[in-house]
Ligand binder design. Structure first.
Ligand SMILES: Nc1ncnc2c1ncn2[C@@H]1O[C@H](COP(=O)(O)OP(=O)(O)O)[C@@H](O)[C@H]1O
Ligand SMILES: [Mg+2]
Length: 1045
């Protein structure tokens, strides 16, 4: 039981209040049998049903089981508004309805994520199919949808009219009786939207195709086709409108039913085929098959004189071949002959008249039955989940809907009824297992004090039918397979032999007198849980065999009709293995069904038929009592009353309601049972309201739970807030953790890298140091691996140092001291560098400056370290001339003519005799020099004749120009004093190319006065320059300590 998801919004409450007035009428009798005072009384039970039925209240609960009584009239309780009323509303709050069950199941599926199923049971005509349709409609209308799902919802709904047209028929019990079992799965996604569906069908009553009991009809589709199709269609199928023309439709003598409009239904069906996705060709092929079945029924046989069988209706046959799209002559032969394989040889043997008729009927049944299966498959394909995502089935849940033929007792009951009723036994067994027995067992295992309720367990009947080797089905199969003469009668005998003693089995032979009177010799009786049924064994073997002659199969395999070629596979003809018998097949499919149902959470709808006449308002007490009895409703009620309305595992209960108690919220740490007990104490449950079992809590009244549920609803916003808070907190925390983690990763990566680098550097450094030391030790050796690094380094660092400390000027003579290994290189470099500097310097030098330099060089060569005056003059530039041009007399210049004065300077000339000083100009020209006294050239000295130039080594400016005395024109050596003696001597010696003729004498200077007479100049040191005539007639020159110039 579930009570989730009640709406308690304000609107919802108002709605409930308003509706309580509206539903007051609903409260005739009790809505839930559990509330019945005298719950042991069957009379009270039926009275409650009757009172409610009279007020058109067809639904009543027994706890969570819905009891429904067929009203046989349209009630105004299935509208859309009604659906809305039940949507999301708690089960017990509102009047019972099939919608309440639907909604409850749906919500349980959604919230608990567990597959559900709704089992609808009841005898034929009790309203099962109607109920299942209402449930389906409820889901189609109320579930959330999108476009795709809407198509799906439509297809789900539209599958009903199609399947009903082909699988339902009018019977005595029900005008629209399902002649097949149907289990439908509806698949929902996690949001609760329907996303797919699947149908399993069970044993179609194929015999109806060829035979109907009096007052019954064939399957609806035949009548719909004949009544609804337009003339054109009928003529293409070569059909007449009158159903009476077809032998397969006249057996029950009931072509029309007042409650059914075949014409309208035809429209509905053709539209439905379109919605489901049948193509025009498929519809045509389908109708061809339906028509062919009718033609097959009208195919008649004659018996020749020699006992041979032939077909009398040739035109029928040609139409048949055309519609089935098979070869006519092959079909003709297959209908009248059979193929036998004897000793590996194939033989054709003619059929007798009866055999031909039954072969024809077998073909009709096979064609129709297989087409029906194809139809279901086709529908399944159109309902299948298309989306890839959903294929995984993840997050989706299923609601199964079982609407299977109800328990059936007819005048003549055959194999089909046997199967149908066996199926109902199985369902009853499941019901017992899931409700009564499991409920009682649960109380026991949970250790809850409990008064056992007696109920009839129908396992004994199920065993009688299905037990291996001993059951009726096994015996039937055995009889079919047994070689030799077998017939239905021998089967009956076998039954008597094997299960004769069974308390639920009787035959004419075994029965007492009273029973014997109502049984024929061909019958056996089973005492079903729902009543006694006599089964006529005739046809059992054939139907169980379900055989179709092999040559008929072969013909059908050749069909060009796509549907038929799907239905009749070639492998089947080739495969000699016998297919499973019909009853065993059915038994196995039921077993599988039971497994499917067991795996789901069941809900029940128990349908009751109020009268056999399909009349509204008539309540046949005997009939109802009978159904109440065999449906086990009283036991059901007693078990519920004795027990508890609600149970849940501790963890589930605690999980759901823990927010209602501070001690259990947000989580309970101790034992579960203590948690639950704390919780219910806090909620104020009274002792009689609940019991704690070993693993579950049992709550006696629904009311208790409603109060709790209300409290939970009220608490939800608060919880939502807490969840939100903690989720946000968690999100931030997780984000922080992520960042922190990332930071740590980056940090450790970076640190690792740093450490690795450092280690590398250290290793490298250590290596370096080692090589360095080694190199140092071997530094004196030749360049070798031991010292190469060291030496390279020394060289390199010297070069580097050198590069920074190179002398910047030619005068800078500094040079870093080179280590021994590079001394040579260093010297080369030094020279190179010096040269380089010099070259650079020279390049920069101007011609004047060059001249200057050259003169300076000559001066240096002449005077350096020779004359004391020299160092003072080094820093002073030589001038081009010491005389301005105007200072030289024009006359002199004229006299000199073209000879250009290269240098001029004022000098003092001393007479050779008296040493009288006279001021003169000395002009140097290219080839000679002249001494000028103002305007007069006093003396001309040709360079060629110049014998020498003498100066002292002192600081004086004395200079003697030696000329040959022989020459009378010459006046003898000139004794001069010049303030620019260095400059003068340099220029003169250079012009005259007589640098080698310069004498620097540390002592006296001798000079010629005449050819034979010499003069002498003496030098002494004094305070200042003085030139005077000394003793002995010498010229005495006092040279100063410090330069006077
Ligand atoms: N809830 C209902 N409201 C009105 N008529 C109903 C209802 N249930 C059943 N009937 C009538 O009873 C007939 C038989 O019901 P159906 O569901 O076919 O029975 P079942 O499937 O149990 O054999 C329906 O055709 C319909 O006329
Ligand atoms: Mg039905």
């Amino acid at each position: 039981m579930r009570y989730q998801g009640r709406e308690v919004d304000v609107e919802g409450r108002v709605r409930l209040v308003m509706e309580s007035a509206l539903t007051a009428r609903d409260r005739v009798g009790v809505q839930d049998f559990v509330l019945l005072e005298n719950y042991n009384s069957e009379a009270a039970f039926i009275e409650n049903l009757r009172r409610r039925f009279r007020e058109n209240l067809i639904y009543t609960y027994i706890g969570s089981v819905l009891v429904s009584v067929n009203p046989y009239k349209e009630l105004e309780i299935y509208s859309k508004q009604q659906m809305e009323r039940y949507r999301g509303v708690s089960f017990y709050e509102i009047s019972p309805h099939v919608y309440a069950i639907s909604d409850n199941t749906y919500r349980a599926m959604k919230t608990e994520r567990k597959d559900q199923c709704i089992l609808i049971s009841g005898e034929s005509g009790a309203g099962k199919t109607e109920a299942s349709k209402k449930i389906l409609l409820y889901y189609a209308v109320t579930c959330p949808t999108n476009d795709r799902m809407e198509t799906l919802g439509n297809r789900l709904l539209q599958s009903n009219p199609v399947l009903e047209a082909f699988g339902n028929a009018k019977t005595l019990r029900n005008d629209n009786s399902s002649r097949f079992g149907k289990y439908m799965d509806i698949q929902f996604d996690f949001k609760g939207a329907p996303i797919g569906g699947h149908i399993l069908n069970y044993l179609l009553e194929k015999s109806r195709v060829v035979h109907q009991n009096h007052g019954e009809r064939n399957f609806h589709i035949f009548y719909q086709l004949l009544d609804g199709a337009d003339d054109d269609l009928l003529s293409t199928l070569n059909l007449e409108r009158n159903p009476q023309s077809y032998r397969y439709l006249v057996k029950g003598n009931c072509p029309r039913v007042s409650s059914i409009s075949d014409k309208n239904n035809w429209k509905v069906v053709t539209k439905a085929l379109d919605v489901i996705g049948f193509s025009t060709e498929e519809v045509q092929e389908l109708l061809d098959i339906i028509a062919s079945v009718l033609h097959l029924g009208n195919t008649l046989f004659g018996e020749g004189e020699e006992g041979e069988t032939y077909i009398t209706t040739e035109t029928q046959l040609s139409w048949l071949a055309k519609l089935l799209r098979v070869d006519g002559s092959a079909l003709k032969e297959a209908l009248t002959h059979k193929k036998l394989t004897a000793k590996g040889e194939e033989m054709i043997s003619p059929l007798s008249f009866e055999q031909a008729v039954s072969a024809r009927d077998a073909l009709a049944k096979a064609v129709y039955g297989r087409t029906f299966n194809w139809l279901v498959e086709k529908i399944n394909r159109s309902l299948a989940i298309k989306d890839e995502i959903y294929h995984s089935g993840k997050g989706s849940s299923v609601i199964g809907l079982l609407d299977i033929y109800g328990f059936e007792v007819l005048q003549h009951n055959s194999f089909e009824q046997f199967c149908i009723n066996y199926c109902n036994e199985k369902l009853q067994q499941l019901f017992i297992e899931l409700t009564l027995r499991s409920e009682q067992e649960e109380y026991e295992t949970e250790g809850i004090a409990w008064e056992p309720v007696q109920y009839f367990d129908n396992k004994i009947i199920c065993d009688l039918i299905e037990e291996k080797h001993k059951g009726i089905i096994s015996i039937l199969d055995e009889e079919c397979l047994r070689p030799g003469e077998t017939c239905d009668a021998s089967f009956l005998e076998k039954l008597e032999d094997t299960v004769g003693g069974h308390p639920h089995f009787v035959t004419h032979k075994l029965a007492n007198g009273k029973t014997r009177r109502v049984m024929s010799r061909e019958e056996f009786r089973l005492l079903h849980y729902a009543g006694e049924v006599n089964y006529n064994v005739s046809g059992f073997l054939d139907k169980n065999n379900d055989l179709l002659n092999r040559n008929l199969k072969e013909v059908m395999c050749q069909s060009d009709n796509q549907i038929l070629s799907c239905c009749f596979r070639r492998e089947e003809v080739i495969d000699q293995k016998r297919p499973e018998m019909a009853a065993s097949q059915f038994k196995n499919s039921l077993m599988r069904l039971m497994e499917i149902l067991r795996s789901k959470e069941p809900s029940y709808v128990r349908c009751i038929k109020p009268n056999d006449a399909k009349q509204p308002g008539r309540f046949d007490e005997v009939l109802v009592r009978h159904q109440v009895k065999y449906l086990g409703l009283m036991e059901n009620l007693r078990v519920r009353r004795a027990g508890f309305a609600y149970r849940r595992r501790f963890e589930a209960f605690l999980q759901r309601y823990k927010p209602l108690c501070p001690e259990t919220w947000p989580s309970w740490q101790g034992k579960l049972v203590d948690g639950v007990s704390t919780l219910v104490n806090h909620l104020g449950y009274k002792a009689e309201e609940f019991k704690l079992g070993r693993s579950k809590i049992f709550i006696r009244f629904p009311k208790t739970l409603f109060t709790t549920e209300d409290a939970l609803e009220a608490k939800k916003p608060e919880i939502a807030l807490i969840l939100q808070k903690s989720w946000r907190g968690y999100r931030e925390w997780a984000k922080y953790q992520r960042i922190r983690h990332a930071v740590i990763v980056i940090q450790s990566g970076w640190r690792g890298m740093k450490a690795r680098r450092r280690a590398n550097r250290r290793r490298h450094a250590a290596e370096l140091i080692r090589r360095f030391i080694k190199g140092f030790i071997y530094r004196q050796e030749e360049y070798c691996p031991e010292n190469e690094y060291f030496l390279d380094h020394v060289r390199c660092s010297f070069l580097k140092k050198l590069s920074k400390n190179l002398p910047r000027s030619v005068l800078d003579k500094s040079w870093p001291t080179a280590p021994p290994s590079v001394v040579e290189a260093s010297e080369h470099l030094q020279t190179l560098h010096m040269r380089n500097m010099v070259i650079k310097y020279c390049r920069r030098v101007q011609p004047e400056w060059k001249k200057q330099m050259m003169q300076k060089v000559v001066a240096s060569e002449l005077f350096k370290d020779q004359k004391e005056l020299y160092p003072q003059t080094v820093g002073r530039l030589f001038l081009d001339s010491r005389l301005e041009r105007e200072q030289i007399s024009l006359k002199v210049l004229q006299t000199l003519g073209s000879e250009k004065v290269q240098y001029g300077v004022n000098v003092v000339k001393y007479d050779r005799r008296g040493f009288k000083p006279r001021a003169r100009q000395l002009l140097l020209l290219n080839t000679f020099a002249v001494l000028v006294d103002r305007t007069k050239i006093k003396q001309r000295i040709d360079y060629s004749t110049l014998r020498g130039i003498s100066v002292s080594s002192h600081r004086d400016g004395m200079v003697v120009l030696h000329v040959p005395c022989e020459d009378s024109k010459q006046k003898g050596d000139a004794v001069l004093h010049c303030s620019h003696v260095i400059e003068l001597v340099t220029k003169l010696s250079m012009l005259a190319s007589k640098t080698n003729y310069v004498n620097i004498s540390p002592g006296s200077i001798r000079f010629a006065i005449t050819r034979s007479k010499e003069g002498i100049i003496d030098f002494i040191r004094g305070s200042e320059l003085k030139v005077a005539k000394g003793k002995r007639g010498h010229l005495l020159v006092t040279t100063p300590q410090i330069a006077a110039t």
